[in-house]
Design a protein around this ligand. Sequence first.
Ligand SMILES: [Zn+2]
Length: 436
Amino acid sequence: MSQKPVPIMQPWTKAFWAGAKEGKLLVQHCRDCQANIFFPKKVCPECWSRNLTWIEAGGKAKVYSFTQMLDMVEPVFWEDLPYVIAFVDLEEGIRMTTRIVNCRMEDICIGMDLEVVFQPLNDEIAMPCFQPADPALRLAASSADTEDAEDGKAEEEAFAGYQTILYEIGGKDDTVCFITLNRPDKFNAINRQMARELIHAFRRVREEAGVGVVVLAGAGEKAFCTGGDLEIFPSLADHQSSLNWLAHEGLDVQRAISGCEKVVVGKIHGHCLAGGLEIALACDLLYAGESARFGTTEINMGVLPGWGGTARLPRSMPVFRAREMIFSGRKDYTAKEVYDMGLLTRVFPDQEFEASFERIVANIAAKKPAALRMGKEVMARSVDGCDMETALALERNAIQWLTYAPDIQAMLEPFKADPTRLTRQQKKDNMASDQR
Ligand SMILES: [Zn+2]
């Protein structure tokens, strides 16, 4: 289906759609009992009279109830997401099912004042939708088609300069995105601004088709990240605000990382503590310099890790070791120790860390982004504890999907002649690990 479905015109609805095309919201009116009627009918539902006429409604309404759709099965609707369906009460005393458009999702509320706006579906039919009556709550006034793009652009501009992170595309052929926590004087602690910027950045990188790998690192010498910025704790005095920050915004950051379509590689140096460690746990691969120090320190303040620590740590190492980390509150676990506990991918001597890390990232970033993405997704489902048959089915589907790609046959060609063939980079890598 490439076209949106359009309403089927009936003899008794024709006038309604003709009005909508002219920008008028027409409502049926019963001349006998004075009832206003919606949707259009053949007889008055109040008194069964056929003595019906049309009046033009003022187009003012209030939200009775609404729901927001973040995803839809039919691709033709994807351009309209998020899609808000609402019941609205018109001043004329009728309740309509409609869409709310031209408004930020977070601004919509029950009782909100709306006014009608008509969105053309094709040459024949325009759909009455509703937008905020208050112009200040509307998105940039423009046609429905450009509105999303402009909204996106406005958001892009608002983030043109991140305040607390660095975002840079680089590496060979621009295949790597570097996202760097950039509050070095604060040990790269995460405040609200940084949380918002990280979520934005990890979504933004989705649009970079050539990028297969995101490197997440901390700026400065001292730390990867020491977790949530304690300065904001006084503002958490009320329960709602505290819950929003501790539970939801932190969770949104982890989800942005773990759900990112790219392979996220954590580059850990200095202190990697509390929420900083939890952010690291959301990465796909973790490399550290040997002087890095790790710990979950929340229990020293009488609380617990709240950004996934109690869930991800026991999934990242044997549970008896995870318990010790969480219960002890120690912040001096060495990189070698946590590697031995099962957490890190590899540890390097500090003086070799930069070069080795760069080599590993370059090798992975040279792979096809779609294959990395599918690999990440399939393994994530698999380690999340689905049964073996389901995991194998996911793998089959993924490889089937990848094999359909037009460029795959050319990539397979050299391996047909020699299945043991190593790329030049892999040979170099093997030599480098032999030397260690
Ligand atoms: Zn009537």
